[in-house]
Design a protein around this ligand. Sequence first.
Ligand code: SF4
Length: 371
Amino acid sequence: MKRNEIYIIHGTDYRDMTKRLLAEADLAGQIRETAKGKKDPFIGLKPNLVNASDPSMGATTHGELLEGALEYLLEQGFTNLAVMEGSWVGETTGRALKAAGYEAVLKRLGVPFFDLQRDSAHDHDAAGMTLKVCDLPLKADFMINMPVLKGHCQTQITCALKNNKGTIPNSEKRRFHTMGLHKPIAHLNTVVRNDFILVDNICGDLDFEEGGNPVPMDRILAFADPVLCDAFVCDAMGIPADRVPYIAMAERLGVGRADLSAARIHTLNQPAARRASLRRKGRIDALSRYIDERDACSACFGSLIHALNRLDEDGLLKRGMEKRPIAIGQGWQGKAGETGVGRCTGCFKCSLKGCPPRASEILEFLKEHWL
Ligand code: SF4
């Protein structure tokens, strides 16, 4: 997989999707190339276990991604594997591990888990900043970063670059906040490895790291460049990348490139239909009042939710607009209407193409044609 490539897979069988995605992206080939002749390189997997919550709440990485990734690696002959993470300050990693349901998977596959809150740590020169980083992640020959694509109340988004905050001790996490987060996050990524990024875009939270308002998207993504990953995440959530300063900072430090125009996107299948079992609640339910959905795919509906959330944040959603809702979904195919999002509403007076369209595109479209 090249640095400018992005792989996307849709669906609801997350374990099998993960295995297919990793095979298509040739993760095994990339590991062999990076580990340069090491027979059984030490591979670290770093999920997001920020707090003790079920992954369906939108905060933590789904166990099925871990299971799919570990099965793929073992089938490819890699046995020197370790899963590692340190939860946020105020949570114990052990509780988060239980809540995410990883223990049975790790036991079945015989892969150890390391709590980085208990790991030793040392100071490192991170491109001019001295930062304390846990020892174990830096021993890995290859690191697989497994963040959740989600919103964040301070940094707007969190994905690849910020997920590495789990590789520093709690004392350093506290210090990061006193330094304003952006600069230390960017510098941290000059020290820790980001060899492969496997993104959980199943139902990451709308705007909070700790979850509570999951936005179902039913997608898994793969990147080789964490900066490109986070630039893509901004686009997928309708947030201009310059509102997330650590992305440009990391790019200036040589961590990666944020240029989405140069990205080669491989979409492996069609978006998945929304799960009937999903209940809308809280903010998602409130934003759904502006939507007339008929069998929309998860990725399409989720992108529209993100775009509406941006309009709401800017104070542009007004009472009464729900009386002329935005149509979305396969049930609108061949039907006429006023304003619709996605290829399925192509017969509408005003329709945004795309399957699914991105939140940034939807946002511009709604500003021009719906507000
Ligand atoms: S345009 Fe239609 S088929 Fe495509 S993602 Fe949206 S709802 Fe699904």
